[in-house]
Design a protein around this ligand. Structure first.
Ligand SMILES: Nc1nc2c(c(=O)[nH]1)N[C@H]1C(S)=C(S)[C@@H](COP(=O)(O)OP(=O)(O)OC[C@H]3O[C@@H](n4cnc5c(=O)[nH]c(N)nc54)[C@H](O)[C@@H]3O)O[C@H]1N2
Ligand SMILES: Nc1nc2c(c(=O)[nH]1)N[C@H]1C(S)=C(S)[C@@H](COP(=O)(O)OP(=O)(O)OC[C@H]3O[C@@H](n4cnc5c(=O)[nH]c(N)nc54)[C@H](O)[C@@H]3O)O[C@H]1N2
Ligand code: SF4
Ligand SMILES: [Mo]
Length: 707
């Protein structure tokens, strides 16, 4: 008799939108993956990546048991042998070279797998190393740092109230491709179109006429890396015209006068000169934001992962404060998640600059050093040099600036253990790979992205399949390896219970738990029983009681950012020997570096080419679809160029996450793709000096015909 068909519900873990899924299975076969129409926020929406979850699960390249390097080859070994080997080697290296000789890199999917978040930190603590790195500093570090400095907590991130706003400005984000970021917003196309349908306005400021710009009311091209001039000019204009209206937050902000003085030299004319956006257009946009009752300014990846990422994210917060958007319906609101609610005294507020990286002296944030410092910390001899690495759900050789140096660094290690289920461009350098279970073999709760959602909700869904015999979840590997290392070091280590137990305890003691909210009395049992999730209502104004700074006030003028205005004011032209600026781009059927091994996502027209404006091709004598050589201060690449007026002249674009065609990579489909690794061009010395974040956008490059 054949197995019965079962219907399961689960949130998609692939991107920040966390859409609800309905998955039908029979035995161990996946029959279909569709949208869960009853999910309170996604309401049935999914994007093309969701169905590829079946491909991840079934991929014969995905490894399931520990792999140990033997020369150029790999040998499958038992978990007990693998745990013993990793523990012995890591302890041996720390005994010989000190605690800081072991480094960590935590990649993006770890944040989408909650066992990593509940169990990772205590595992990492047993090493007592300063050398923690992660994708945060290739991404949203400026957001977290700004929130820490202004609101007293790194996760006090006001989220655009997209469903109620009448005017939204998007600077450096392309939610139609990314499905939203630091804004969990399933079905973003519909929600953005709805702004226009109710008579509102959507403005996109981007060097490329993106998919989002195509549906906007207005698109403004901007020269990469010059956003801060525009933002400062907007703030200056608001003050000069006396347009500021901080509403109910007025008595809860300090430092606005300091901001007013500090931005005075940033005129509309300077902004026009630098950015290419006419002064009158910037002024008009500012006025519209001031005059529209429900308006919000939102900036993402393109304005955080650039040379002035910290200033940009800070300025966006200031604009939202000055136009009365912060903490207002239709503006930007703090969320009220069931787990890890941010308020005064909430754990994990963050800290900055307590120590610095050894080689370049870059500041830590919340215990992490900037990823641009990782390769040099491995490659530069001396006390505290990193000799061994542990990577968890990351592929830094493809995702970090100056990939060639990162490659050299990983090659040079004495020992490298990777928590990953693929042998990719980075993990191929490992001595040992510890693969976790498939995403369908463990339960799912979203610790990170329910906190950034445009509508409050909560859901936890069980695993769809029993784990394959003899396999381990990420959190179980942390427990087992942590325990063995602690034994060898003769120190305390408490194995933690399963993630749902830990999160359940947190929820019961948080804002929807019985004590604080007797009516709701939310428990893990109730959450588990609600297969489609529980609607916790729209975002609401709540900031006044939740400002987490010591004096209970919003600090509008964090000193390290005010000081950074000098760097902005004195910035010389970026162009030096290179006459073009390179930016990235995302595609809805791609996901950073790790979803190029699935036929259904990579088939069709190539989408990895260098995009360039037709005039720029012409002036260089280049042919559309011809081969070109792109060079930057740190590297060069050869690829195909395509002419498109989607890009403004002077700017070229390459997507990241490609370049899997390397010896030893065991991702059959990905390795056949022709895309190159754009991070061989990005520069580990081209950074946002205020925050230490990588500047992967606006990188100066030269393009010539390839012979
Ligand atoms: N030039 C340029 N570079 C960029 C960007 C850009 O826009 N332009 N974007 C940057 C950004 S925003 C980010 S977040 C980074 C992302 O870069 P990374 O953080 O390096 O993440 P991924 O490239 O997604 O690689 C993820 C790895 O995690 C593994 N993995 C997936 N799920 C799991 C799991 O459940 N457990 C474990 N243990 N492993 C798992 C995958 O197999 C893969 O090897 O890239 C950055 N790099
Ligand atoms: N399909 C898909 N979805 C994803 C991902 C993915 O790889 N693929 N990655 C996920 C991750 S890790 C993240 S962090 C989010 C990111 O989410 P988004 O921030 O929406 O990411 P992008 O689509 O890269 O949009 C960045 C935009 O900034 C523009 N830009 C570049 N430089 C500048 C500049 O100097 N100024 C301005 N104003 N704009 C600039 C680019 O042209 C681009 O349109 O997406 C997530 N979702
Ligand atoms: S938008 Fe993101 S969460 Fe939704 S189905 Fe696509 S990948 Fe999954
Ligand atoms: Mo990211």
């Amino acid at each position: 008799m054949s197995d019965a068909i079962k219907t399961h519900f689960k949130a998609c873990h692939l991107c920040e939108a966390i859409c609800g899924l309905e998955i039908k299975t029979q035995g161990r076969e996946i029959l279909s993956i569709k949208g869960d129409k009853k999910d309170p926020v996604s309401k049935g929406f999914i994007c093309p990546k969701a169905t590829a979850i079946a491909d991840i699960h079934n991929d014969s390249d995905r490894i399931k048991m520990p792999h140990k390097r033997v020369g150029e080859d790999w040998q499958e070994i038992s978990w007990s042998e693998a745990i013993e080997m990793a523990a012995q080697k890591l302890v041996e290296i720390q005994t010989l070279h000190g605690d800081n000789s072991v480094g960590f890199f935590a990649g993006n999917p770890g944040v989408h797998n909650y066992g990593n978040m509940t169990h990772g930190p205590s595992f990492r603590r047993i090493f007592k190393t300063k050398n923690h790195f992660s994708a945060t500093s290739l991404d949203q570090l400026p957001h977290q740092l700004t929130s820490w400095a202004m609101y007293g907590h790194q996760f006090a991130l006001p989220i655009p109230d997209i469903d109620h706003t009448q005017m939204m400005v998007i600077m450096g984000g392309n939610p139609l491709a990314s499905n939203g970021s630091i804004m969990t917003v399933p079905n973003v196309p519909k929600r953005l179109k709805a702004i226009k349908d109710r008579g509102g306005k959507l403005v996109v400021i981007d060097p490329r006429r993106t998919e989002t710009a195509e549906i906007a009311s207005q698109h403004l091209f901007i020269k990469p890396g010059t956003d801060a001039y525009v933002l400062m000019a907007m703030i200056n204009t608001i003050f000069q015209e006396g347009w500021e209206n901080t509403g109910h937050l007025t008595n809860h902000i300090r430092g606005l006068n300091r901001v007013k003085e500090a931005v005075m030299e940033f005129s509309l004319d300077l902004a026009q000169d630098k950015s290419g956006i006419p002064a009158g257009v910037i002024k008009q946009l500012t006025l519209e934001l001031v005059e529209t009752e429900k308006a919000v300014f939102y900036g993402r990846m393109g304005v955080s992962v650039q040379e002035f990422g910290g200033l940009c994210q800070w300025a966006i917060q200031i604009i939202n404060l000055l136009i009365g958007a912060t903490d207002s319906v239709g503006g930007a609101l703090l969320t009220s998640p069931a787990f890890a609610y941010v308020t005064k005294g909430a754990p994990g507020a963050g800290h900055f600059g307590r120590f610095s990286s050894r080689v370049s002296g870059l500041p830590e944030f919340s215990g992490e050093l900037p990823s641009v410092a990782l390769a040099e910390e491995i490659l530069t001899p001396g006390e505290d040099q990193i000799k061994a690495m542990i990577s968890i759900a990351g592929n830094p050789v493809i995702s970090s600036a100056n990939a060639n140096t990162m490659e050299q660094a990983f090659e040079s290690l004495d020992f490298y253990v990777a928590f990953d289920f693929y042998i990719n461009a980075t993990t191929r350098h490992a001595d040992l790979i510890l693969p976790p279970t498939s995403p369908l073999e463990h339960d799912h709760f979203d610790i990170a992205f329910l906190r950034f959602a445009v509508h409050n909700s909560v859901r936890l869904n069980p695993a769809i399949f029993e784990p394959q015999e003899g396999t381990m979840h990420d959190w179980q590997i942390f427990n087992a390896l942590g325990k063995r290392i602690a034994e060898l070091k003769n120190i305390e280590f408490k194995e933690l219970p399963a993630p749902d137990i830990l999160v359940g305890l947190g929820i019961e003691n948080d804002v929807y738990g019985a004590e604080q909210n007797p009516e709701r009395s939310l428990t893990m049992e109730k959450i588990k029983a609600a297969k489609h999730g529980i609607d916790l209502g729209p975002l609401k104004p709540s900031m006044v009681d939740r400002i987490a700074s010591k004096d209970g006030l919003i600090n509008a003028a964090p000193e390290f950012l005010i000081k950074d205005l000098d760097r902005l004011a004195s910035q010389k032209s970026q162009n030096c020997d290179h006459d073009l600026l390179l930016i990235g781009r995302r595609h809805v059927r791609s996901n950073n570096s790790w979803m190029h091994n699935y036929h259904r996502l990579v088939k069709g027209k190539p989408r990895w080419q260098l995009m360039m404006h037709p005039d720029d091709l012409k002036s260089r004598g280049l042919e559309n679809e011809g081969k070109v050589k792109i060079s930057s201060r740190v590297g060069e690449l050869t690829t195909t160029v395509i002419a498109t007026d989607e890009l403004m002249p002077g700017v070229v674009s390459l997507p990241h996450g490609w370049g899997h065609n390397k010896k030893g990579v065991r991702m059959g489909i990905a390795a056949k793709q022709k895309g190159v690794n754009c991070n061989e061009l990005t520069d580990d010395k081209f950074i946002d000096k205020a925050t230490g974040n990588a500047a992967l956008n606006g990188v100066p490059v030269t393009v010539i015909a390839a012979s």
